[in-house]
Design a protein around this ligand. Structure first.
Ligand code: AP5
Length: 191
């Protein structure tokens, strides 16, 4: 599971990790954007939240993600990108995992990148991809939301010895190599 602020490289690294380990990449943001683009019932409800940079209500996220996670478990596992994102999501996900054989969280990768660099990356991406929530004001809000809603959740996983801090302010391949070394170390040690 990857936990990091907007622009830290969750999507970039999750994609590479899913190829490397041959497991599914589950991105809550991508799933939500697909729902919005297809104007599904859920997409119509969540569109404003995503555009404002506010978190979508926990119940909806849990409803949307439970099925893909259970499906991925049947096929060898998953990299979670962007979920859980609140303490409530973490607690609920933990309850679901505890009740189903084969679900075990192995590592929580926390990518650390300074605020200025996060802004820089997202403003570059805005020019390349034009994502609705990559405007100056919404980027600033998303960073605040990360600090108030998501960062505190890390303590939940730190208590369980799962958090691995990785310097995300390095070239993409260096970040990837650091994550793989850390994750393989976790597996070898059986932590
Ligand atoms: P989400 O899609 O998860 O967006 P985010 O967390 O804001 O993250 P980003 O996609 O902006 O950044 P990233 O960390 O994935 O970095 P990336 O690899 O793309 O969520 C969007 C919205 O959906 C939320 O605001 C919320 O409304 C809703 N939502 C999602 N999950 C939710 C949940 N669980 N609960 C409630 N609501 C939820 O990289 C960014 C850029 O930097 C790219 O251009 C990339 O090429 C570049 N880059 C990456 N790594 C490097 C590097 N090492 N060096 C230089 N550039 C790099």
């Amino acid at each position: 599971m990857l936990v990091a602020p907007p622009g830290a490289g969750k999507g970039t690294q999750a994609e590479m990790l899913s190829v490397h380990y041959g497991i599914a990449h589950l991105s809550s943001g991508d799933i939500l954007r697909r729902e919005v683009a297809a104007s599904t019932k859920i997409g119509l409800i969540v569109a404003d939240y995503v555009q404002r940079g506010d978190l979508v209500p926990d119940e909806l996220i849990l409803e949307i993600l439970t099925a893909p996670i259970l499906e991925a478990v049947k096929h060898g596992g998953y990299v979670l990108d962007g979920f859980p994102r609140t303490l409530r999501q973490a607690e609920e996900a933990y309850q679901v995992a505890a009740s189903i054989e084969g679900i075990e969280l192995q590592a929580v990768i926390h990518l650390e990148v300074g605020r200025e660099e996060l802004h820089r990356r997202l403003l570059v991406r805005a020019q390349l991809e034009g994502r609705d929530d990559d405007t100056e004001a919404v980027i600033a809000h998303r960073l605040e939301v990360f600090g108030s809603e998501t960062e505190p959740m890390l303590a939940f996983y730190a208590k369980r010895g799962l958090v691995i801090d990785i310097n995300g302010d390095q070239p993409v391949d260096r970040v990837f190599a650091s994550i793989v070394a850390a994750v393989d170390g976790v597996n070898v040690d059986g932590r």
